[in-house]
Design a protein around this ligand. Structure first.
Ligand code: SF4
Length: 694
């Protein structure tokens, strides 16, 4: 039997797995790849179930009556599917202009597919309308890191460095549930006496194992960071030499944090002054130390400034660029890192270049063989695009790859309405997701074990996804779909469906950019167990650790940015008196389109549970396992209750992996961060009532 070494299809850890095609099912085992070192979580162990799942899409589907979205989907040939797509695109562009046709991508696409999708929209459609679900995931941390450090690479050091840190501050991060094999690094540090402090309104498994758990009110993480820096300044813990030699802008920040005295921050956040003082003293004195943020801190209407506040703290303590120290953000989606580097963002070209930069346009247009003036200008961000689907000036025809926004977008009820208003919705997926169920045309796409390509994990390590078996006969890769569609639009000469050819073009397009892949080849990735970008030449070793000597900014210095606490966009009031925050369960991944179909995972967790404190439950007459209805200004959702003494009594938590009336995003607030356009997923106001049994 041929054994193929590749990677788990799910999260950004990209654990190594070995696949052996066997009858009746592909055998899946972990490998000793450097990130997981033989470990896998329940999702990874069961990933092979996806390959021959009974729900698998095996042929294209189209509406029986093309003019009636309510008519049933029926099987169709690829030719018929293409005819419907091309007719819809041409009609929309004729009637409403080029930008009326757009695409929505995903952080699960391989680098080759993300790159091709961005190029397809700009070159084949000549449209500005593209963004992706990473806007809902990493955009705030990415914006802050670009602003402060001149580059956005989630972890600017290998994961193994975490094990060497004596102090780790984890803010809004729950790796014990989100990516369990990564806990081996935290556990190894703890076994050597390291102290970990977790900031989370809920006592997660990560918090339960930590040295200290701080439980702020959701939406106050920025005030907490400024409070920590205030104490550091007052106690002489900041690294004045580092600030002088390697940064700019500290005086403005020093002045700003003067107003965040500990008693005030304790009132704002609910975290005691003693815990604040202990935390910053450990970070400053028990070194090496590092600060890691994740979505709990970042998915807010002030998410960029919140990530910036922790960057300010890390810089002031002189952590960034020192061994086993620094600031990092923990990427979520499988290719969340590579997915945001190669041009599927509304404002971006490959190599992490800006679409509004004339030099970047000229370089990429040269690689693509088009005139720079032909390239559109930046388009709308993800929610701004979804909010206007089917309206005057909005997108009328949408291609969706690797995304299920009917479940994962904020204010999901509104997004579903907008999807229904489209003239043409085309969804490529492996299963009939909630979004695909609304589509005019559904395309069956190849899975992780059926395609070649590259992914970039949370460390910036570029790795190979390898084919272990061919896709079913009528299933195509997204590269085949896009190049075939480009062909039918008369632009086929610009596109290839061969991953290696696309990667070689991506290398040239990224050359000289921030995310420089020029020196990375498929052969090197295989030989070296992944290559860290930037890697500008084939004889360059790659860059596992950034910032040791300089920052990729104009003056080589990191930048402090003054940031101030603002209340969340929506605060509790008489009608909606509680704060809702959202997050992950260990058994599920993203919108659950894949993991909700895996039997072992659904047996272990068949439905979402809303977590609330026993004191709050008692006041509301709710017992454990009762049905509970949550309502916000935007909608209602129904969950079974789980009483959790480890959550703040003013806060409830619900996971985001389910659709229908269990979709927590029916409730969430689409208020956008002004810098990153990240919605405020992690704090909105809700009412709670005891519901009726399902
Ligand atoms: Fe897959 Fe992530 Fe689990 Fe690893 S931690 S097995 S990559 S889901």
């Amino acid at each position: 039997m041929t054994v193929t070494e590749t990677h788990c299809p799910y999260c950004a850890l990209q654990c190594g797995i070995a696949l052996t095609p066997e009858i009746p099912r592909v055998r899946l085992e972990p490998t000793e790849f450097p990130v997981n070192r033989g470990g896998l979580c329940a999702k990874g162990w069961t990933a092979a179930e996806l390959l021959d799942h009974k729900d698998r899409l095996l042929t294209p589907l189209v509406r029986k009556d093309p003019a009636d979205r309510g008519s049933p989907l029926r099987e169709a040939s690829w030719d018929e599917a293409y005819e419907r797509i091309v007719a819809g695109i041409e009609r929309c562009q004729r009637e409403y202009g080029p930008d009326s046709v757009g695409a929505f991508g995903g952080g699960g696409l391989t680098n080759e597919k993300a790159y091709t999708l961005g190029k397809f929209v700009r070159v084949a459609l000549r449209s500005a309308s593209i963004d992706y679900n990473g806007r809902f995931c990493m955009s705030s941390a990415a914006t802050a890191a670009n602003r402060a450090l001149g580059v956005d690479r989630g972890l600017p050091f290998p994961l193994e460095d975490v094990a060497q840190a004596r102090t780790v501050l984890l803010v809004g991060a729950n790796p014990a549930d989100a990516m369990p094999p990564s806990m081996q690094y935290l556990d190894a540090g703890r076994a050597e006496g390291a102290r970990h402090i977790v900031v989370d309104p809920r006592r997660t498994p990560t918090a339960a194992g930590a040295y200290r758990h701080l439980q702020p009110l959701p939406g106050t993480d920025l005030a907490l960071a400024n409070g920590l820096l205030h104490i550091a300044v007052r106690e002489g813990l900041v690294d004045e030499d580092y600030i002088r030699d390697r940064t700019t802008g500290f005086e403005g920040v020093r002045a700003a944090v003067a107003a965040y005295w500990p008693e005030r921050v304790e009132r704002m956040t609910g975290v005691s002054e003693a815990d604040l003082r202990e935390t910053v003293r450990l970070l400053a004195t028990e070194r090496p130390s590092m600060i890691l943020t994740a979505r709990g801190a970042e998915q807010h209407s002030n998410g960029t400034d919140t990530a910036q506040a922790y960057l300010n703290l890390a810089l002031a303590l002189g952590l960034v660029g020192r061994p086993y120290s620094g600031y990092g953000t923990i990427t979520g989606q499988g290719n969340g890192q590579g997915g945001r580097e190669h041009g599927q963002k509304a404002d971006q070209l490959p190599g992490y270049r800006r679409l509004d930069d004339p030099a970047a346009r000229a370089h990429v247009a040269g690689v693509w063989g088009v005139d720079p003036d032909e390239l559109p200008q930046p388009g709308k961000s993800a929610y701004e695009m979804l909010d206007r689907l089917g309206t005057d000036g909005g997108v009328r025809a949408l291609l969706v790859l690797a995304s299920n926004m009917a479940v994962s977008a904020p204010h999901a009820g509104h997004v579903i309405e907008r999807l229904r208003a489209l003239d043409l919705l085309v969804v490529s997926d492996i299963f009939l997701s909630e979004t695909a169920a609304l589509a005019d045309v559904v395309l069956p796409t190849a899975q992780f074990a059926e395609e070649e390509g590259t992914m970039t994990n949370l460390e910036g390590r570029v790795i190979r996804r390898r084919m272990a078996l061919p896709p079913p006969p009528d299933v195509r890769t997204d590269l085949q779909f896009l190049s075939g569609l480009a062909d039918r639009l008369g632009r086929g000469r610009f596109f290839s469906d061969d991953p290696r050819t696309v990667f070689d073009e991506l290398r040239r397009a990224s050359a000289g950019g921030i995310a420089d892949y020029a020196g990375i080849t498929y052969e090197r990735i295989e030989a070296e167990q992944g290559v860290f970008w930037p890697c500008p030449a084939e004889d360059h070793p790659g860059t596992p650790r950034l910032f040791a000597d300089t920052f990729p900014t104009a003056d080589g210095r990191a930048r402090f940015v003054r940031v101030e606490h603002r209340d969340p966009h929506e605060m509790p009031d008489r009608d909606y008196p509680y704060v809702l925050t959202t997050g992950r369960n260990m058994q599920q991944y993203q919108s659950g389109n894949q993991t909700r179909r895996v039997s072992a995972l659904t047996v272990s967790l068949p439905e979402p549970r809303v977590e609330l404190h026993p004191d709050l439950a008692r006041r509301l007459g709710i017992a454990d396992s009762d049905m509970v209805e949550l309502s916000s200004r935007r909608g209602r959702a129904v969950f079974r209750a789980r009483l959790n003494p480890g959550i703040r009594p003013d806060t409830v938590f619900a996971p985001f992996h389910w659709g229908g009336d269990q979709a927590v995003n029916l409730l969430t607030d689409p208020a956008l961060d002004r810098h990153s356009k990240m919605p405020a997923f992690k704090a909105c106001a809700v009412a709670i009532t005891k519901g009726t049994p399902r």
